[in-house]
Design a protein around this ligand. Structure first.
Ligand code: ZN
Length: 244
């Protein structure tokens, strides 16, 4: 099976459509949450995702939109965008988000938004965090999103001490899944934060046991224009140009 693994679409329809067109053939989508939030097309992104065979877990923005998370920790721009999203997400979108689980497991793979330890909220940012999270993982491999930065954390054990080796992705070159344990982040479709504005995603081939990371340029201006038209914060639109 070939899975299109993506995360953090963040209501950016132009980016999502571009990824779907750019992706090599796939059988199913695995989506790691935050389908909505920040961007101008939340209902459209949920509807587009639902056109595909897919599995999806809940992200913190998905939950915040439903009122399940305190938004105290959100910065002012994120809160403004959240208020807008609550007012504009259609009923079908709300019903869809309400049904999202916080974690899913399929064979060797776990899917969460944040981390195995705290699926919705924790950022798996550094090697130490990844190392601590291997204890909470029941499968060899885990896909996470949330940080918007593509990365692999590979479990290593030295003199009985468990740590994680950080591997930055190589693009357009299949990476063989190692035998050990791995936490894998495909990066963000709709709001990359690694100083590269291109949409980020990956392809998992479970027959070949490979990962293929990809980046693709999308019409950023189109999303920015729609954000401006809807009165979404200018700073959130500007950041898309630079990928932060
Ligand atoms: Zn996110």
């Amino acid at each position: 099976m070939r899975y299109l693994v993506l995360s953090d679409i963040h209501a950016n329809l132009a980016a999502f459509q571009t990824v779907l067109q750019d992706a090599p053939p796939f059988d199913r989508i695995w989506c790691l949450g935050d389908v909505i939030g920040y961007g101008p097309e939340p209902s459209e992104c949920v509807a587009l995702l639902r056109q595909y065979e897919h599995d999806c877990v809940a992200g913190n923005h998905d939950w915040a939109t439903l009122g399940r998370l305190d938004t105290e920790d959100f910065n002012p721009d994120a809160r403004r965008a959240l208020t807008w999203t609550r007012a504009n997400l259609d009923a079908a979108g709300v019903a869809y988000l309400q049904k999202l689980p916080t974690a899913l497991t399929f064979g060797d793979f776990t899917l969460v938004h944040g981390s195995p330890r705290q699926p919705v909220w924790e950022y798996t940012l550094y090697a130490g965090m990844a190392a601590a999270n291997f204890d909470y993982l029941d499968t060899p491999y885990c896909f996470v999103g949330h940080t918007h930065v593509p990365v692999l954390f590979e479990q290593t054990t030295h003199n009985g001490v468990v740590s994680a080796r950080v591997r930055r992705p190589v693009y357009d070159e299949p990476i063989a899944l190692p035998g050990g344990r791995l936490i894998i982040n495909p990066g963000s479709v709709g709001q990359p934060r690694d100083n590269d504005p291109r949409a980020s995603y990956l392809l998992l081939d479970t027959d070949a046991q490979t990962l293929l990371f990809r980046r693709v340029e999308y019409p950023v201006e189109q999303t920015q224009q729609n954000m401006q038209d809807h009165g979404l914060p200018a700073r959130l639109a500007a950041r898309l140009s630079n990928g932060w």
